[in-house]
Design a protein around this ligand. Structure first.
Ligand code: PPS
Length: 569
């Protein structure tokens, strides 16, 4: 029978007096501005969440962790915790030097005494740690496209915790949680890791786990970084607060964990177990597809649904925490009750709603039944994911100069304003160049900056529930794709290619620019002396030759209706 050892765990912080002094001294050191992921890692390094690590991994530990899931001294540790930096920064740093680690506002959080500097083999790291060098895996994508090329390793001296302004009362260090458990006399504690809102199945599962382990329950959601596309942590925490009331009194508590997940399935489960042991827990729930990243580029799952349980079982002794393994919970209609999928009474009707189906129902404003979730949770989710017809979106026109983009965009704006309900902003090419990009010319670099600015503004409008209509030339596919990604983080993106042929644009020559371009008086003119990469799969393509503006704008409205962005009533 495992009982928690609730004595304090080592932290990497110096005393408050020394911290004050160190902070002043560190002002002169070369400094590295931490990325959001590195801030999460640093917090857990400093507060003992990543015990026994004493800093960012050096090269010997890194190689050993990647290859064998163990530090160089043989201690189990499955995840490389490394400080990735740019080549430029690394060129200025030599082992033996100290560097100040700052948060994004420039506050010094810690000092890293650099012991190692090396360029990792990222393909090998991807293969060994995440199972495949496949960019469909979010952590592999991060490794290749976001992380710097050079790693710095060495011990960390903690000066202060990263500052959080949200949900402060729900954030606890491992030692704070240990003290809390001590105070309440909790000796057996089962932890539940989650990055999703809790529905009835989760509540049932966690409650059963606690009962089976005869333990108290810690809901321990990740609020650092989770899988791209997840429900934001602000919404989730409000949902969790609602579910907490459903547990029997004094059995359950919740604390938020500022962890940056890697979605590494089995290895991640072992890592999560170690982190929970450090937080004073004795048991850890591992369910189906723990920390699963979804499908690989071949459309197959990266890991088997119970691989994480298998690996955890193998290392449970060394992790120092007992696994409570669970099958998927499903609702049995006849019994009006949840069962693990392998204990469902024969011949009964099983009901389940997948994550994808739930998102569809939210998007379309459809019913979400009471057997699936709690009304408070559904209300909260509906507040942050209103049906598509109430969300913001962006219509992005692209096409040659004089193709008719601005004219259709203006007509569309007026039609949408006539419908009402959402504020509409027109970011026309010429207008943007006057107000946002007046210093820019028409080189590829400047056009890209211009389009990214438009994309940023459109994404903010979309995020805040408005409609952004953009009408620049936007001649490059890659830049348009980047804008799409920015916007789609918050709402729908409708690309409209105004495909009026160049001959027709030149014939109209409404601004006399084609004539000047032909005479060589305007350089880098799109379609004449500069490229235009036509979209391959826009949501809509219109050609204004022989069709009036009203008709074109109407085609866009029909498309928006089809995309569910305009309500039928
Ligand atoms: S881009 O490529 O998307 O940044 O261009 P954009 O911001 O839409 O600006 C295009 C308008 O600027 C005028 N103009 C030129 N267009 C293309 N190439 C060159 N060299 C150029 N110089 C000036 C032109 O009037 C464009 O307006 P529209 O509304 O597209 O006709």
């Amino acid at each position: 029978m495992s009982l928690s050892n609730l004595s304090p765990i080592p932290e990497l912080y110096v005393s408050p007096e020394s911290a004050q002094k160190l902070k002043v001294e560190a002002g002169d050191l070369p400094s590295w501005d931490l990325t959001p992921r590195q801030i999460c890692d640093l917090e857990l390094l400093m507060n003992g969440g990543f015990n026994p690590l004493k800093g960012f991994l050096g090269q010997a530990d890194y190689d050993s962790v990647v290859e064998t899931m163990r530090l160089a001294d043989g201690t189990l540790w499955p995840m490389p915790i490394t400080l990735d930096v740019s080549e430029e920064f690394a060129a200025k740093i030599e082992p033996g030097q100290d560097i100040a680690l700052r948060d994004q506002e420039g506050v010094i959080l810690a000092i890293l005494s650099v012991s190692d500097k090396w360029a990792p083999n990222k393909a090998r790291e991807a293969e060994k740690v995440f199972g495949a060098d496949d960019l469909a895996h979010p952590a592999v994508n991060y490794l290749h496209h976001t992380a710097g090329k050079v790693y710095l390793g060495g011990p960390v001296t903690g000066i202060q915790q990263p500052v959080h302004y949200d949900f402060r009362a729900r954030r606890d260090t491992p030692n704070e949680l240990r003290a809390y458990f001590r105070k309440l006399g909790w000796r057996r504690i089962v932890a539940f890791q989650t990055r999703n809102p809790l529905h009835r199945a989760h509540q049932e599962l966690t409650f059963r786990a606690a009962r089976e382990a005869q333990a108290n329950l810690l809901i321990h959601p990740v609020v650092g970084m989770t899988k791209p596309g997840d429900v934001d942590h602000f919404t989730r925490v409000r949902c969790y607060e609602a579910v907490l009331d459903k547990y029997p009194q004094a059995t359950t508590t919740m604390s938020l964990l500022n962890l940056a997940m890697r979605m590494a399935g089995p290895r991640e489960a072992v890592w999560h177990g170690i982190i929970r042991r450090n937080h004073g827990c004795t048991h850890f729930i591992v369910g189906r597809d723990h920390a699963g990243p979804g499908k690989n580029s071949q459309g197959q799952d990266f890991y088997g649904p119970y691989d994480a349980q298998e690996l955890f079982k193998q290392y449970a002794g060394e992790i120092g925490i007992e696994m409570v393994d669970f099958k998927q919970m499903v609702y049995v209609q006849e019994k009006a009750q949840y069962f693990p999928v392998d204990e469902v009474p024969e011949g009964s009707t099983v009901l389940d709603i997948s994550g994808t189906e739930l998102r569809r129902r939210l998007r379309e404003g459809l019913d979400i039944p009471d057997w699936f979730s709690f009304p408070e949770v559904v209300t909260e989710l509906r507040r942050t994911s209103p049906p598509r017809a109430h969300q913001g979106f962006t219509v992005f026109f692209t096409g040659l100069s004089g193709s008719g983009k601005s004219t259709i965009a203006n007509a569309l704006m007026v039609k949408l304003m006539e419908m009402g309900g959402r504020p509409v902003t027109l970011l026309d090419g010429d207008v943007v160049r006057k107000h946002l990009s007046s210093e820019l010319g028409f080189s590829k670099e400047h056009r890209d900056i211009n389009i990214r600015r438009i994309g940023y503004v459109a994404s903010e409008i979309t995020k805040n529930g408005g409609i952004a209509i953009c009408a620049p030339i936007a001649p490059y596919i890659a830049t348009r794709r980047a804008v799409r990604e920015m916007v789609e983080a918050y709402g729908a993106f409708c690309e409209v290619h105004v495909a009026t042929p160049i001959e027709e644009c030149e014939r109209r020559d409404r601004k006399g620019l084609y004539k000047l371009a032909r005479e060589g008086k305007i350089k880098e003119f799109t379609g004449i002396s500069d490229p235009y990469e036509a979209p391959e799969m826009p949501e809509l393509r219109v050609d204004t030759t022989g069709i009036d503006v009203d008709n074109c704008a109407h085609q866009v409205i029909l498309k928006l209706e089809q995309m569910g962005l305009i309500a039928g009533n």
